[in-house]
Design a protein around this ligand. Structure first.
Ligand SMILES: [Zn+2]
Length: 87
């Protein structure tokens, strides 16, 4: 898993601040328009050109390929499992 240092950004849903991103299923380096999930709350986010993030829209989520939707569900479930162990 390759970790990329990004500009400081925060989750639009929970406010979690971060400055790194990593591909969960590959060594992909984030680019404008890529989707990501907040490691804290699982919010779906889209990278801007400067690698800060904004909330993904319903239309953007609907347009994702089935394979990516499946990966997002698996990652979201993993985030929820870790979060439940921390509470
Ligand atoms: Zn969040």
């Amino acid at each position: 898993m390759t970790e990329t240092v990004t500009r400081p950004s925060s989750c639009p849903q929970c406010g979690h601040k971060f400055n790194r991103a990593a591909g969960a299923f590959s060594d992909h380096v984030p680019q404008e328009g890529d989707i990501s999930l907040c490691i804290r709350c699982g919010c779906a986010m889209i990278f801007r050109a400067d690698l800060t993030v904004r909330a993904a829209t319903e239309a953007e989520l609907d347009a994702l390929p089935a394979e990516v939707k499946d990966q997002m569900v698996r990652l979201y479930q993993a985030i929820c499992a870790v979060r439940s162990k921390m509470n």
